[in-house]
Ligand binder design. Structure first.
Ligand code: GDP
Length: 696
């Protein structure tokens, strides 16, 4: 018999996880009573511990679905809140605090909530029972309580006391039963008293005669009868001598002893009276009633499960083509696909790609150096006159002795500036950034795009690895290029290559300049307009026109913004002039020979940049790329594969709404199948027990 209830309660628990549905559950015992009727004391006497929220203000705002699990082979007593995923709680005061917090989380304006708190208590001292504790009925609303509170509690209780649930109606002996709100509520839904157990508390507060009369009540006769109890737990703060102390071990025994003493002292409750008294008999009664009620519901519940299962199976077939899915398999597949795309990327991003990236970056650095050190006509300062001799044209002329010396120093210092730029750090970060960008792109193109959690995990993984590797690699690379900082020899073939390449770079730069000019022309209203503005700016520059103020409010009939754009156009024109001139120089015969390197700084610096690139790409390919390619997939496994708990995998998979719906159907179907199987097992236990009792 014990086994059967246990199993049914287990099935009830399983059904709770399937989801809230009225027909998809097994009945429970619903506990109702007015505030202060002694409802908590009765429940705590059954559980053996004080664990319910207490306080002058009403603290039960949500139903508590209390499942008691008898564990005969263990000494441990503990509680679990399955929905919260907390660990076992062995301290019942902690359970009390958690319940209080969960209750207080209901906003005051909502008064009460019908979202139940699930609490399981495991102990060798509890019976297997499933109880639902509801907020106590209140007679008058307190000053700080909303007026609709009373109504809301009544509505909430009404919802739960529907058939086939068993009603445990608690009334205090010192209150006229005709006034018992619990009994009145129960009579409304169970007029013939077929599924109500009456409990009369505080029997010690009335004369035994009167107490006995209450238990014999015929006005609202209950088939399951009335049980009289005394389960007062004196407050620990009270100075009066307590019957037993709160929290001092298990209180079930203490209550039972106290009741035995009380009822034993009054012959009115003796065995001949056939009255039911004491929490011990109440426990027994509840177990019997629950088992019978649950067993009676098995058939209808089983049919409801069959129906639900048929629906889920149909949906699975029609919507998902019976495609199996679990959070774990989904994650594993997604991860495999991602790693596969990553492998594809590694095959396309090697030394050649690193080289191209680095050379481009160094080309830009060379252009900047050239502009700063060679092409630096002070064009931006419009009011200053042009320098008398243009250093560029000077370069082309036959140099007098002194000039030559200047060009020598200029080139040496430029080349030193390039090699001492911090190429180690620059090159490493350029390649690391490129890798990160590619990873981001791979994520966006993968299934993980719809999973913020995975996205972040992957980004963090690559970030962390790259950061970790870059630190040392940058320093080591810097050491590799150290020799170039002191001496650089350029071979003939390197010179020729540099000459070709820098011509290309200059041409590209020229194109960038020209397209920028075009854009400006569009913005300023045509080529003619640009010409006019530029002519004005030139006149200002050559001192033919003096600007009043800084030309902030506009000048020469042009607005300030036109002038600003005009200055940009002048800069671009001058830059284009320089580029064209240098392009000619690079292509000239003079620059074909590396002996003339001081006059061909573009070619020389390009050749230096090329040497630096060669050292860097070799090193970064061997160190950064291959190490990253090795570590990253393993890190992915650690962060997203084996590293995740089943709950985390489920949370991950459910981030994608499509997958979530699919998983819901699959999991619902599996759970219902599981429940049905459990119910089949139940039938076997039932049959066995029948045979056993028949034999006896
Ligand atoms: P609830 O509001 O219905 O949960 O009622 P409680 O269980 O908190 O009890 C209300 C008050 O009645 C408390 O002060 C209890 O100590 C007291 N009480 C509960 N049961 C008994 C009893 O059997 N006898 C006596 N004398 N007092 C009781």
């Amino acid at each position: 018999m014990m086994m059967l209830t246990k199993k049914m309660i287990q099935i009830r628990g399983l059904l709770q996880t399937v989801g809230q549905s009225e027909s998809l559950t097994l009945p429970s015992i619903v506990v109702i009573g007015s505030q202060s009727s002694g409802k908590s004391s009765v429940l705590e006497a059954i559980v053996g511990h004080e664990f319910l929220p207490k306080g002058s203000n009403m603290v039960t705002r949500r139903p508590i679905e209390l499942t008691l699990v008898n564990t005969p082979d263990s000494h441990a007593e503990y509680g679990e809140f399955p929905a919260l995923g907390l660990a076992k709680i062995t301290d019942f005061h902690q359970i009390q605090r958690t319940l209080t917090d969960l209750n207080l989380a209901v906003p005051p304006e909502q008064c009460v909530s019908d979202d139940p708190i699930q609490l399981r208590i495991y102990s060798p001292n509890v019976p297997d029972l499933s109880l639902i504790d509801l907020p106590g009925y209140i007679q008058v609303t307190g000053r700080d309580q909303p007026v609709e509170l009373k109504e809301k509690i009544v509505d909430l209780c009404e919802k739960y006391i529907k058939a086939p649930n068993v009603i445990l109606a608690i009334s205090a002996a010192d209150v006229d039963l005709a006034n018992s709100t619990a009994l009145r509520a129960s009579r409304k839904v169970d007029p013939r008293g077929e599924r109500t157990v009456g409990v009369i508390t505080k029997m010690d507060l009335v004369d035994p005669d009167r107490g006995a009369a209450l238990l014999n009540d015929q006005k609202y006769a209950l088939r399951l009868g009335y049980v009289g109890v005394v389960c007062r737990v004196p407050s620990s703060t009270s100075n009066t001598k307590s019957m037993f102390h709160r929290g001092s071990g298990n209180i079930t025994q203490a209550v039972a002893r106290n009741e035995a003493a009380y009822f034993g002292a009054h012959p009115e409750f003796g065995p001949d009276s056939h009255l039911q008294v004491g929490t011990k008999s109440l426990r027994k009664k509840l177990m019997q009633v629950l088992e019978q009620t649950m067993a009676a519901s098995l058939k209808t519940t089983g049919e409801a499960i069959q129906r639900e299962l048929a629906e889920a199976t149909y949906e699975y077939k029609v919507q998902y083509n019976e495609r199996p899915l679990s959070a774990e398999s989904y994650l594993a597949e997604s991860l495999d696909a991602f790693k596969h795309s990553f492998r594809g990327f590694t095959e396309q991003f090697g030394r050649a790609q690193v080289r191209e990236l680095l050379k481009h970056e160094l080309d830009q650095q060379v252009l900047n150096l050239l502009a700063q050190r060679y092409w630096n006509r002070p064009l931006e300062d419009l009011s200053a006159p042009l320098p008398e001799s243009d250093p560029l044209s000077g370069l082309m002329k036959a140099d007098p002795e002194g000039q030559d010396q200047i060009w020598r120093i200029k080139l040496d210092s430029s080349s030193a500036a390039l090699t001492k730029l911090g190429v180690g750090r620059l090159a490493t970060s350029v390649v690391a950034n490129a890798l990160q960008t590619h990873i981001d792109r791979l994520i966006t193109q993968s299934r993980f795009a719809a999973h913020p959690f995975a996205r972040q995990a992957i980004t963090e993984a690559s970030n962390a690895i790259l950061k970790d590797l870059s630190y040392d690699i940058a320093d080591e690379l810097e050491i590799c290029i150290k020799p170039y900082k002191y001496r650089i020899e350029v071979e003939d073939n390197e010179w020729a290559k540099g000459r070709d390449n820098v011509a290309k770079v200059l041409k590209e730069e020229l194109m960038v300049c020209e397209s920028a000019v075009k854009k400006l022309e569009e913005q300023m209203g045509g080529r003619k307009k640009v010409k006019d503005v530029m002519a004005f700016i030139d006149r200002v520059r050559s001192g033919q026109v003096v600007l009043e103020g800084d030309g902030i409010g506009g000048a020469g009939g042009f607005s300030a913004s036109l002038l600003r754009k005009g200055r940009e156009a002048v800069f671009l024109r001058d830059r284009a002039d320089v580029l064209k001139m240098r392009l000619l120089a690079v292509k000239s015969k003079q620059c074909a020979n590396k002996k003339n390197k001081y006059h061909c700084p573009e070619v020389f610096l390009d050749a230096v940049a090329d040497k630096l690139t060669t050292t860097a790409d070799l090193f970064l390919d061997a160190e950064l790329l291959s190490k990253f390619y090795y570590i990253f997939p393993r890190e992915l496994d650690a962060r997203l594969g084996r590293g995740l708990s089943p709950a985390e995998m489920d949370r991950f998979a459910r981030e994608d709404p499509k997958i979530r719906r699919h998983l819901d159907v699959v999991q619902r179907k599996e759970l219902l199948e599981h429940v049905l199987k459990e119910m089949e097992g139940l039938r076997q236990i039932e049959a066995r027990e029948k045979r056993y009792s028949a034999r006896r």
